[in-house]
Design a protein around this ligand. Sequence first.
Ligand SMILES: *Cc1c(COP(=O)(O)O)cnc(C)c1O
Length: 227
Amino acid sequence: MAKKTLLFNTFVAMSIAHNLNELKHSLPKAVSLVAVSKTKPASAILEAYDTGHRIFGENKVQELVGKYEELPKDIQWHMIGHLQRNKVKYIAPFVALIHGVDSERLLLEINKQGIKHQRKIPCLLQMHIATEATKFGLSNEELEALLPKAATLEGVAIKGLMGMATFTSNEQQIEAEFNALHASFQKAQESLPLDILSMGMSGDYPIALSCGSTMIRVGSKIFGARH
Ligand SMILES: *Cc1c(COP(=O)(O)O)cnc(C)c1O
């Protein structure tokens, strides 16, 4: 009997639909979930799609465009990775949210493409909260300088902030970084009506939620490890 239960658990732990439903039911109603499908095939995305899920995140433009073309058109595609200015044009017609806007030059290019496609492209400004030098993002000073300009642009809609914590097992550090991002978010809300705070991944989303996250980006916990 014990053996059977173990086998059953192993099986369900590997089901995308099960992982997704379990995660969704554990989340507060107001929190949105981006299912991060990077490197995963269309079949895996369709398994998640068939549960009713519609928000998927990718971090490479070419992969994002390919999946957009291949998969159902009611999927809301989020660009969660670092975005180069010369590639904005490929996703501008359809992208539902760009998470990683980390410079004025990138924002101005998104604005240009938004105007060209007669849409206000929803964007999050990415903040640098990790101690790692490799993670992209704005400082609080840069954010303060950018917000008033961002608010005047016709082709973008600034919806909130995004950040990634340091990759560490030190939970106090992760918590401190998420708290700092939440403080930046509250400060920014004084000048713009922002409602999205995108923070938290498979390894740290419970901490992110306790620090005020409104949107988590979860990949491996839904789709399994990436190889
Ligand atoms: C890959 C990625 C995620 C998801 O990572 P998991 O650890 O698989 O949940 C979230 N956010 C960004 C920006 C990513 O690149």
